[in-house]
Design a protein around this ligand. Sequence first.
Ligand code: SF4
Length: 66
Amino acid sequence: MADLPPKPSSLPFPDSLCHRCAAPPRYVESARGSVFILCPLLPNKYPPQPVRRCPLFRPDTQGPVS
Ligand code: SF4
């Protein structure tokens, strides 16, 4: 898998809380082209998506992913 810069048009689960989180999440693409949301704060790294509630969520004050 390789790290990707955020691409809003291709983000998986656009309604996921992760996209607006200051963690910040990372977007990782598998060799088969699937994009996964990697959380740097959770031990399991890849929370089940879409995340709708998260005790570690903090709003990203930098604004939406662009
Ligand atoms: S802390 Fe929660 S909301 Fe933020 S990126 Fe991780 S799983 Fe998503």
